[in-house]
Design a protein around this ligand. Structure first.
Ligand code: PMP
Ligand code: GLU
Length: 387
């Protein structure tokens, strides 16, 4: 009999990935399921990006690249980081890898057994398991409705112990759709500096922003040297299947993190990297059109959710999720199973995002307007039947 490592036995499979696969299987069986579960833009990748990848294949970009990525993509990322995020990044600070992998690399390079990493609760489903896989302990920091889904410096301070090494931040956030204000980010950054923590800032939803400003902690005074910024192409450019993203780290951190890249995936896919250059350097009109459509969908989903007495939520400011509180007895996983069974609508239970997510459901509005209207209406029907 195979024996398994404790680190893998102590994590569960990814709820978001599992629900998405379930929806795919149901559709393949001919079942009509309305999916508001997965956080994946329903748009095609913009044509100029696809063309760049085709050309790259024709030009022979089918071999290994340097481990941290091709020069022109690292240059484009450094330029973007400097211009748009005010992060003093050089191309030598950039490692290209799928966004999920950049987080994994960071955890592997920075965490030891017994170390603790603070993660927002509710927060994206994979932060905790990545910390666990690196042998350390994820420590949830409550950042729920009453905090507008933004971790407060006070709550974070209360969770710090002598073993705390990392503070993970995510603005705009999944699942809350919150955007951290400059003041909130400054307070968290000051705390990290004061307590000598490394900040890992997941900015994958940067461009899916409707209200407020995007603040990169690495741009704040003195923070570049203690911040790993992770980002990617999946959400902004509808490129989930390309598996392409990046991290920006100060030189001492870069040097250790890149070793993990060299010994795991070596480098990101060569022709996908060429497409990444086209995405960053190409026209922004397709991106602007997608964000405008997400904004309209956010307004639509808010209008539809407001019709349902048992759902309550503030208006999210970014990403493409709404995370309403559900006024019913019982747990969110059972409720979501029921919604899927009785109404053929897939949504993600709030408990998937942490203890503080219980009592909520996550509705992804990265779906057509018709899907949103129909899906939320059907959720309302199920909720109306419950005592
Ligand atoms: N961070 C957050 C907050 C996410 O929602 C996701 C979801 N995909 C990722 C990171 C990982 O992105 P990717 O699929 O591009 O690796
Ligand atoms: N991040 C997306 C989500 O939350 C995609 C699935 C995943 O990687 O978790 O639905």
């Amino acid at each position: 009999m195979a024996r398994f490592a404790k680190r893998v036995l102590s994590i569960e499979s990814s709820p978001t990935v599992r629900i998405s696969e379930l929806v795919t299987e149901m559709k393949a069986r001919g079942e009509k399921v309305v999916s508001l579960a997965i956080g994946e833009p329903d748009f095609p990748t913009p044509a100029h990006i696809v063309e760049a990848a085709k050309k790259a294949l024709d030009d022979g970009y089918t071999k290994y690249t340097p481990a941290p990525g091709i020069k022109e993509l690292r240059e484009a990322i450094a330029e973007k980081s400097q211009k748009e995020n005010k992060i003093p990044a050089k191309p030598e600070n950039v490692i290209v890898a799928p966004t999920k992998h950049t987080l994994f690399l960071t955890c592997m390079a920075l965490l030891d057994r017994g170390d603790e990493a603070l993660i927002p609760d509710p927060g994206w489903v994979s932060y905790g398991p990545m910390v666990t896989l690196a042998g350390a302990k994820p420590v949830p920091v409550r950042a729920a409705d009453e905090d507008g889904f933004v971790p407060s410096a006070e709550t974070v301070a209360a969770a710090i112990t002598p073993r705390t090494r990392l503070l993970m931040l995510n603005s705009p956030s999944n699942p809350g759709g919150s955007v951290y204000s400059r003041d909130a980010m400054r307070a968290l950054a000051d705390l990290a500096a004061d307590r000598d923590l490394i900040v890992v800032s997941d900015e994958i939803y940067e461009k899916i922003l409707y209200d407020g400003e995007h603040v990169s902690p690495a741009s704040l005074d003195g923070m570049f040297d203690r911040t790993v910024t992770v980002h990617g192409f999946s959400k902004t450019y509808a490129m989930t299947g390309w598996r392409l993203g990046w991290l920006v780290a100060p030189t001492p951190l870069f040097k250790e993190i890149v070793k993990v890249q060299e010994h795991t995936i070596t480098c990101a896919t060569a022709f996908a990297q060429k497409a990444g250059v086209a995405a960053l350097r190409g026209p922004t009109a397709p991106l602007d059109a997608m964000v405008a459509e997400f904004r309209a969908r956010r307004d639509l989903v808010m209008k539809e959710v407001a019709k349902i007495d048992r759902l309550s939520t503030d208006r999210p400011s970014g990403a493409f999720y709404v995370f309403p509180k559900v006024d019913v007895r019982g747990d969110s996983a059972t409720l979501c199973e029921r919604i899927l069974k009785e109404a053929s609508v897939a949504v993600t239970p709030g408990s998937a995002f942490g203890v503080a997510g219980e009592g909520h459901i996550r509705i992804s509005y990265a779906a057509s307007r018709e899907t949103i209207t129909e899906g939320v209406r059907r959720i309302g029907e199920v909720l109306a039947k419950l005592g």
